[in-house]
Design a protein around this ligand. Structure first.
Ligand code: COA
Length: 270
């Protein structure tokens, strides 16, 4: 089945899920989340699907984040609810009994990096870029990024990326262990499919059990996700966040005006 916002195709028992908003760099708005949630159920339930690939439409982006334009109307409770909703959809990916691979074909930023990290593993094209730039918006990642980035690359590297908002290229992501393979852009889906062809020839119950057991290694402290969602909501109502989000919408630079420094330092968050 094909919809406008996500293209869904099945070939050789592999579902190819393509987020399809290339004019907005495939940013995750509510409609994308609802459709992704529905399609994940389809992947998990359908017997003619053994595994799945998630990728982004167009030349530039896998997914450039949550849709920032939807942040302007949020307060703390609705912001926390948005984060929890995103976390639950991404949990569905992480806990899927069928392997789901991210084929990262460009910017994987914010919610896009979080989406890629929720997948069981990642294959990247040589133009891929990863980052958690929420700090530029006065925010932190809200869809599990603070937890999964730390799990995948370790606390020191994770905190550097979270606090700088810097992007890393595909090779650095490979060196950090964030992606398993880096290939030429034209080879990305072929590479992901070739790995899944091997997996699809193995025992489905054993694969599901392996995912479940591996996941247990990370389930020791689920409270981190709840804390992340709560902090996301709380940050949304700060002046920093209003300034950061407005600056993105206006294509301007936030946090540079000296007269605002006093207010910000009085408003420290810990
Ligand atoms: N939410 C909503 N819209 C987004 C978006 C996002 N996360 N990321 C990109 N877009 C939109 C832009 O507003 C622009 O829309 P417009 O053409 O209507 O103005 C369009 O996608 C193209 O993006 P643009 O910024 O013009 O492309 P670029 O090549 O100059 O820059 C990025 C690419 C990825 C560096 C830049 O788009 C960016 O910083 N995006 C936000 C990343 C982010 O902060 N993600 C975390 C969100 S929580």
């Amino acid at each position: 089945m094909t919809s406008d916002i996500i293209v869904f195709e099945i070939q050789d028992q592999i579902a190819l899920i393509t987020i399809n908003r290339p004019d907005k760099l495939n940013a995750l708005n509510k409609a994308v989340f609802d459709e992704l949630d529905r399609l994940l159920d389809e992947v998990i339930e359908r017997s003619d699907i053994r595994s799945a690939i998630i990728t982004g439409a167009g030349e530039k982006a896998f997914v450039a984040g949550a849709d920032i334009s939807e942040f302007t109307s949020l307060d703390a409770p609705s912001g926390e609810a948005l984060a929890r909703r995103g976390q639950l959809v991404f949990d569905k990916i992480e806990n899927s009994p069928k392997i789901i691979v991210a084929a990262v074909n460009g910017y994987a930023l914010g919610g896009g990096c979080e989406l890629a990290m929720a997948c069981h593993f990642r294959v990247a094209s040589d133009n891929a870029k990863f980052g958690q730039p929420e700090v530029n918006l006065g925010l932190l990642p809200g869809y599990g990024g603070t937890q999964r980035l730390t799990q995948l690359i370790g606390k020191g590297r994770a905190i550097e990326l979270l606090a700088t908002g810097n992007m890393i290229d595909a090779l650095t992501a490979f060196n950090y262990g964030l992606v398993n393979h880096v290939v030429d852009r034209g080879q990305l889906i072929t590479k992901a499919k070739s790995i899944l062809a091997v997996i699809n020839a193995k025992a489905p119950l054993a694969i599901a059990a392996s995912v479940k057991a591996a996941q247990q290694a990370y389930d020791v402290n689920k409270t981190g996700y709840l804390a992340e969602a709560r902090l996301f909501g709380e940050l949304l109502q700060t002046d920093d966040c209003r300034e950061g989000v407005n600056a993105f919408m206006e294509k301007d630079l936030p946090f540079l005006k000296a007269d605002k420094m006093t207010r910000r330092s009085q408003n420290l968050f810990c």
